[in-house]
Design a protein around this ligand. Structure first.
Ligand SMILES: [Zn+2]
Length: 276
């Protein structure tokens, strides 16, 4: 699933191409009713048509198109969704569920193999994204802000990092990578982290996300950027999906366990259960 670095890469790719463009036509495949969450396809298309795209922002894993007239198109890519900026004459993409035609002859295509992604229209994006935790790359996100966000939770730290209401934007890849970088065992209780551990985790979350952004995201399976290209960060992960392979730091075998139902990868030597 695209996480913060992947969605932010798409946002940066699309912003310059979409800003100022008007939506001239909207096509949604009729078998994709859940895509617009119960809204009628015709009404959805009618509300979009003629609007100008003023700005693109991101909140957590949501991409938000700011449209003229105070409307927002909120995109959640979920497992396999992709937003592709193409010339209208470009060859068809697979699994396209929706197409927004633009006034410069380009198209924004929403492709989604598993049909889990969602497009929602709202007068206020918060109606769609709900109550999310702080943005880990914001300047205001200090070590103290991390402690406020997660420091009272009794659940395993890995599960808390995945909770979007605690912290926005982290998913399975970057939660595992951040905990490894901070040398924190994924089953440690969030409220048991020391001051030093909290500071290491804060630094690690930001560094891991920035590195992934520099590599244009991770393409383990389906993720592609706004032009359909894969990211490179899958070649740079330290623990994620490296089960049984040697740790780059100490040589111990990377292990996999389940935490909160999610596969979790860690180094048993670098991330001891009784660490600080
Ligand atoms: Zn190690």
């Amino acid at each position: 699933m695209p996480e913060l670095p992947e969605v932010e890469t798409i946002r940066r790719d699309l912003e310059s191409r979409l800003r100022g463009r008007a939506i001239t036509a909207v096509r949604i495949t009729p078998d994709t009713v859940p895509l617009v969450d119960g809204a009628s396809l015709a009404a959805f298309a009618r509300r979009l048509k003629g609007r100008r795209i003023e700005e693109l922002s991101r909140r957590g894993k949501y991409l938000i198109l700011h449209l003229s007239g105070g409307l927002y198109l909120v995109v959640h890519l979920r497992m396999t969704g992709a937003l592709l900026h193409r010339d209208a004459a470009a060859p068809a993409d697979r699994y396209v569920r929706a197409v927004l035609s633009l006034d410069d002859g380009a198209e924004l295509r929403f492709a989604d193999l598993r049909k889990l992604g969602r497009l929602r229209l709202a007068g206020d994006p918060e109606e769609v994204v709900g109550r999310l935790g702080p943005e880990p790359l914001d300047a205001a996100f200090t070590a103290a802000a991390l402690k406020r966000a997660i420091g009272r939770r009794k659940a395993p730290i890995k599960a808390v990092l995945l909770d979007q209401r605690a912290l926005a934007g982290l998913g399975n890849i970057y939660a595992d990578e951040a905990l490894f970088a901070a040398r924190i065992h994924p089953l440690r209780r969030a409220d048991a982290l020391s001051e030093a551990g909290n500071r290491r985790l804060h630094r690690s979350i930001r560094r891991v996300l920035r590195d992934a952004l520099d590599n244009r995201g991770a393409s383990f399976r389906d993720y592609v950027d706004g032009a359909g290209r894969e990211g490179r960060h899958q070649f740079h992960v330290k623990v994620f999906r490296r089960t049984g392979q040697p740790c780059y730091l100490c040589g111990a075998e990377i292990e996999r366990i389940k935490v909160g139902g999610r596969s979790t990868h860690f180094c048993p030597r670098c991330q001891p259960q009784e660490g600080t």
